[in-house]
Design a protein around this ligand. Structure first.
Ligand SMILES: Cc1cc2nc3c(=O)[nH]c(=O)nc-3n(C[C@H](O)[C@H](O)[C@H](O)COP(=O)(O)O)c2cc1C
Length: 187
């Protein structure tokens, strides 16, 4: 299987940790690689080719002002070339976002990623994870933020990437693993 691609932007390193957790989870099942979007909104060399070859693409961006970062959106707009060629059609897709507030309009960003995947004719996979929302639930539980459409993470505005909630990262790892398992099943 070609490498599963995690296409993401991170301005300050928090979303990059989520991306790495998704990659690590996927890599337990299949080859997987990160494709980081630069501060200028550009892909690394060979990035477009890797996306074209990938059986699955997981999109990731911080939530900035209630949506994806402009760097992510620049790449999304540039993907219109792949769209025109149907290059991502029938690939598996997923998405994740991270922001400072518990809510912070993360769902708007995830729905943008879902819409992008639908425009490309991709097959979206949600988390299929139960939420940790009982009285006994703890912040470091898996899916404490209750993401169904995609994986969610929350980083306090004054927290360094190293201080992120382990439960959010574990959620991302399990989501990456699920994407890889589904990609394998789709062949
Ligand atoms: C320009 C900008 C806009 C932001 N907008 C939001 C927002 O709409 N909702 C929110 O909860 N956090 C918002 N934040 C906080 C970031 O989402 C948060 O700091 C996140 O961890 C940054 O991820 P990164 O380190 O990968 O860039 C914003 C931060 C910046 C810099």
């Amino acid at each position: 299987m070609s490498e599963i691609a995690i296409l993401f932007h991170s301005g300050y390193g928090h979303t990059a940790r989520v991306a790495e957790a998704v990659r690590a989870g996927a890599a337990e099942i299949a080859p997987a690689r990160l494709i980081p979007i630069s501060a200028e909104g550009e892909l690394p060399e060979g990035g477009w080719e890797a996306l074209a070859a990938a059986p699955a693409i997981v999109f990731g961006t911080p939530t900035y002002m209630g949506g994806p970062s402009w760097q992510f959106k620049k790449v999304a707009d540039a993907s219109s070339k792949a769209w025109a060629a149907g290059a991502w059609k029938n690939k598996l897709a997923g998405g994740f976002t991270n922001s400072a507030s518990m809510n912070g309009d993360k769902a708007v960003t995830l729905h943008y990623l879902l819409t992008l995947a639908m425009q490309h004719g991709m097959i979206w996979a949600g988390t299929a994870m139960m939420p940790a929302n009982s009285k006994a639930a703890r912040r470091d539980d898996v899916n404490w933020l209750g993401g169904f459409t995609g994986a969610l993470a929350q980083s306090p505005a004054d927290a360094a990437p190293e201080e992120m909630a382990e439960g959010d990262l574990e959620t991302a790892r399990l989501y990456g693993r699920r994407i890889a398992e589904l990609a394998r099943r789709l062949g």
